[in-house]
Design a protein around this ligand. Sequence first.
Ligand code: OGA
Ligand code: ZN
Ligand code: ZN
Length: 532
Amino acid sequence: MTERPPLTELPPYWLRDNCPCAECRDPRNGQKLFQIDDLPAGLAIAASTELDGRLEVLWSDGHRSRYPLAWLDEAEEGDGRTEQGKRLWAAAEFARGIPEADWEAYLTDPAEQAAVLAAVRRSGFAVLRGVPAVEGQVLRVAESFGYVRVTNYGELFDVRVEPDPNNLAFTDKAIAPHTDNPYRDPVPTLQLLHCLENSATGGDSGLVDGFKAAAILRDEAPEDFATLTRTPVPFVFRDRRTELRADRPLIDVDPLGRIREVRFNNRSIGTLRAGAEDLTAFYAAYRRFAAITLRPELQLTFRLGPGDCLVFDNTRLLHARTAFQQDGRRHLQGCYADLDSLASTLAVLHRRTAALDELAELFAGEGAGEYLGEPVTMAEHMLQAAAAAEAAGAPDHLVAAALLHDLGHFHGALHGRDLMQGQDNRHSHTGADRLAAWFGPEVTEPVRLHVAAKRYLCAVEPGYRARLSEASEYTLTVQGGPMGAEEAAAFAQLPGAVDAVAVRRWDEQAKEPGLETPDFEHYRPLLASLMR
Ligand code: OGA
Ligand code: ZN
Ligand code: ZN
């Protein structure tokens, strides 16, 4: 956390540009509703106060803004594309194993998926094991976190020996460490290689951290590093149907000088044209950089077997393979994708995890409190309702609704106790509204209607009211008593009515002291799969 400057020193245009009010930002999407030049000249803070964790500002043009102090103190984390925050590696760092996961676990467990995607961000790669070794499956892997980037090679490309190869990749020769498609701008930022067969002698895979190699060059020969960051290199590819060219430096740094992209592919460097001195300097730097990428300590080697899918950052890692004999078959399928959607998928997974952690904390914390004087805590009550739903074979969204139906008792000034003091806390509505941040109507509406469902059941089902617990009978009166005939008929027409009635019946059963149930964690995967 950086020390915040005194409020009077906050740059006014910066602060105003970040005003979160509904006039400045559309509350539905957070997007700004003004242009930067709409702000008046000479804008200044007329007055400011700190109150309840917020900074309140009155502006010289009369506008008022309120900023959470926590927002002022947030650290800059960056977009994750530069060397900042990454783990630059040498091969020895994976002596105990490379980042890998089982495909089934990756598909079913959000935590496993997050770990794989985070490894690609941090270390530049991960291997998925057990991806069915069938053609086209590599596309499913790309689609599991993002979008396939189609190129002149098609949606996917086969890496195997071809009779008339338009690329060295389609022969049995060794391929030195390189990045793919440097002749494209934008370059595909991710590559996937899925092994279908690898029974040939040789044909092992290699990876080198190009950021690490560039960082070593920067340490050992800063002038050479600088030369490579500022020399646009013509990368070219041509075959009968294609002619591609992109002029980009071998090492691209961001405006702050941090390494951001490496392009390295000797096969596709065209003719660089510049003055003799510049050419001499470039080739000296290029050769030095190339030699670093070939240092044995930087070479990570492993073998892909059928069902392995390597996912890697093509703006950072150099990939390679050894030559192979044609004594067996070697067949990989590859495709390209991009880091932006991988990062987005990971961020959304983290957001969901944070929401589930918050729910878990509510169950463990406030949920341990008493539940309207019933012989169970609120958490026990909700866990029992969920267990009853599960035992009844209810669909996932109803198990979730049963589990979360009383969340509205958990927060705010109007706690459950108020309900027992003759005040309706409208907990079914506050709970549903809160859940709407994470779940769709199939979960929120049964929660919203679970109180109405009690009033409905008491009206239409003989004997239902007599079975209510003492507390529930009391709250029934606070909540308006049984429905009249007209209200009950209207309720029955509501979209979530049948589901709400089902949840209500489990709710009624869920007040048994000492009953053993699964805990909150048992429901995490189910909840994660329902989150939007
Ligand atoms: C490629 C490539 C590696 C391999 O197709 O771009 O580098 O293992 N292939 O065959
Ligand atoms: Zn390649
Ligand atoms: Zn309730």
